[in-house]
Ligand binder design. Structure first.
Ligand code: GDP
Ligand code: MG
Length: 164
């Protein structure tokens, strides 16, 4: 297998919404409540003539901060193992959280390409707010997108498929 993209990030940032857009189906479960995606979801996508597989990491998340962090760490470890490229999704509405920092600390040391995706950038005003996530120290490029309305996703996917 090759060309595998994993979507990682804390609960409720919009991973499954974006996954659904990528695979153009409703394979992932989206819910208002944090951590509702029940399992890992696998789908196929196509961009610029390149096929790739997408993994939506969700996992079973128990509502305790300790388990949360352990669960996210497990997700990220699996993603690093399985994927060729990692999309790390954060949420412009929520800003930088401790979990975002924890994930960043892991991803900073990963040798595979990591794309920092700032989701919920539904309008131009939020593009400026997205710049706050440079503070995560994951490089000099980030991708403001709206998984909901699709804005910014084309530029992101151009660079993702170029990384294969
Ligand atoms: P996950 O836990 O990371 O998989 O997040 P979900 O995809 O389940 O989404 C969590 C919540 O964020 C849901 O209420 C979504 O409707 C909402 N959401 C997801 N993407 C966007 C977006 O681009 N913009 C806005 N405004 N809300 C979004
Ligand atoms: Mg989900």
């Amino acid at each position: 297998m090759s060309n595998i993209v994993a979507i990682v990030g804390r609960p409720n940032v919009g991973k499954s919404t974006f996954f659904n857009r990528l695979v153009e189906s409703r394979q992932a479960i989206v819910n208002e409540t944090a951590g509702v995606t029940r399992d890992r979801n696998y789908g196929k996508s196509l961009w610029n003539g390149k096929e790739f597989s997408v993994i939506d990491t969700g996992g079973y998340v128990v509502n305790s901060d300790d388990v949360f962090e352990g669960e996210i760490r497990k997700q990220v470890a699996l993603a690093i193992e399985e994927a060729d490229v990692i999309m790390f999704v954060v949420d412009v509405e929520g800003g930088i959280t401790d979990l975002d920092q924890a994930v960043s600390n892991i991803l900073r040391r990963v040798e595979k390409p990591v794309f920092l995706v700032v989701n919920k950038v539904d309008n131009n005003q939020r593009v400026m707010e997205a710049n706050e996530f440079y503070a995560l120290g994951l490089g000099d490029k980030l991708y403001p997108i709206s998984g909901m309305n699709g804005s910014g996703t084309g530029d992101l996917l151009d660079d993702v498929v170029a990384a294969f």
